[in-house]
Design a protein around this ligand. Structure first.
Ligand SMILES: *Cc1c(COP(=O)(O)O)cnc(C)c1O
Ligand code: SF4
Length: 422
């Protein structure tokens, strides 16, 4: 455990341990797999190296250095997160802001880059520890508001992390209030991506600033904007406890909507019946199923990955089982470098078996909605593994995508830490 946990993130709270994990069923229990690092999550030589160090009582520094080396091989910043899409305000780059799709700006507040518990499949290195949160928040929110004022095409701000709901309400308010200014009338919606509804629902119910959080949501509504809590739910069990359901009700009673999304993860939720059950529970609570993501090309991918064709089967088998109110969900979707790519299905076209794909979001908005085709490949787990069908040399967007990349190379590299599936 120690050997693995020095490489992979490990943090878990009482609620997850006592109310979500079924200890009669470990190690297979999905909530256990979701939060406790397993030896098999590391490649064997890496595991052996870490175990050796721990066994011979190596120094903390030595263990940390070895862990760092392994972490760098695990692609901690997938989909070009480090260098792509970091925008400028005037002439300076604006760290913490990611503007990839025209209508939506992603914002990573410095004070929200940790989580209540960590998911084993999410590669994240805690950073910004010990910062002066309020000071940071004031400075960052000004940069964000300035950026948005210069970008009238943006209608939605998605605050993400880590988990922004680790922040106290007063810190969160420091970020959000400037967005309610009349000069930002073009911002129609504010979203907060969070796993707290699942990992720490008390945040919305009994934490000492839970009531104040409701006031903040009401304030957003009264300013004429939509406020959506993008709840990361991986398993139906996360919706079963009384406090989890109460959290959803409280959020809704403050005028916010709850939309639900999660990646499809082997050992955790690779079952159609499980997703159907989860979507039905969400609909019952008045929450809206939103995205099923494909597990990203990061972290212990080999352990968690599900082939794209299998992901599509699971999606369709689950989708078939729910009413139209549950079919608001889209997926399986890959957040790849050129955009969010939906695996629409498998088809046979002119005798060739193909995967039908489509952009839900794209770095170039003109790519959105246009179907494209890849050779059928039951082992592919990511867009990069796929080849164009019908003897084409490349996918329709690739030439333009290279041109966008040339622009990127002129930008300096700025580090952004992102959630596993944002
Ligand atoms: C997913 C994502 C969004 C939000 O996309 P929606 O389709 O509006 O939910 C915005 N920016 C980035 C970089 C994303 O990955
Ligand atoms: S998936 Fe979200 S909640 Fe889980 S560790 Fe990553 S950022 Fe935190």
């Amino acid at each position: 455990m120690k050997a693995v946990a020095s490489v992979l993130p490990f943090r878990v709270n009482n609620y997850v341990v006592e109310d979500l994990i079924d200890w009669a069923n470990i190690p297979d229990d999905p909530m256990y797999q979701l939060t406790f690092p397993q030896p098999e999550m590391l490649r064997l030589p890496d595991y052996a190296r870490m175990l050796g160090l721990v066994r011979r009582g190596a120094s903390k520094a030595e263990i940390k250095a070895a862990a760092r080396r392994i972490q760098f091989t695990l692609n901690p910043h997938p989909a070009g997160q480090m260098e792509l899409n970091v925008p400028r305000v005037g002439n300076t780059l604006a760290p913490g802001i990611q503007h990839k799709y025209r209508e939506t700006v992603l914002f990573f507040p410095a004070a929200g880059q940790t989580c209540h518990s960590y998911c084993t499949y999410c590669f994240r290195w805690a950073q910004f520890v010990g910062i002066e949160e309020l000071k940071f928040a004031g400075r960052e929110s000004k940069v964000l508001a300035d950026y948005l004022r210069e970008h009238q095409e943006v209608t939605s701000v998605l605050i993400t992390g880590g988990d922004p709901m680790v922040m106290k309400t007063k810190v969160l308010r420091r970020y959000i209030e400037p967005l309610l200014d009349p000069s930002l009338e073009h911002i129609a919606s504010i979203r907060i991506g969070t796993k707290a509804l699942a990992y720490w629902p008390y945040r919305f119910v009994t934490d000492d600033d839970a009531d104040d959080l409701q006031r903040l949501f009401e304030q957003i509504r009264n300013a004429g904007k939509h406020i959506a809590i993008m709840g990361h739910y991986s398993h139906p069990r996360e919706l079963e406890t009384d406090v989890a359901q109460e959290a959803v009700r409280r959020v809704q009673s403050a005028g916010a909507t709850v939309r639900c999304q999660a990646p499809l993860i082997k050992h955790v939720n690779d079952s159609a019946d499980l997703w159907a059950d989860m979507w039905r529970r969400q609909v019952r609570l008045g929450a809206v199923p939103y995205y099923m993501f494909v597990e990203r090309d990061t972290g212990p991918k080999n352990y968690f990955e599900v082939p794209l064709t299998r992901a599509w089967e699971i999606f369709v088998d689950a989708y078939k089982q729910v009413s139209g109110l549950g079919r608001t969900v889209r997926g399986p979707s890959m957040s790849a470098t050129p955009g969010k790519v939906l695996v629409s299905g498998v088809a046979t076209v002119m005798g060739e078996e193909v995967l039908v794909l489509r952009f839900l979001q794209a770095r170039n908005p003109d790519w959105v909605g246009r179907p494209f085709f890849a050779k059928y490949d039951p082992t592919a787990t990511w867009l990069d593994d796929l080849e164009p069908a019908f003897g084409e040399a490349e996918f329709f967007f690739e030439e333009e995508h290279r041109e966008l990349d040339d622009v990127r190379r002129q930008l300096e590299v700025v580090e952004i830490e992102g959630a596993a599936f944002a």
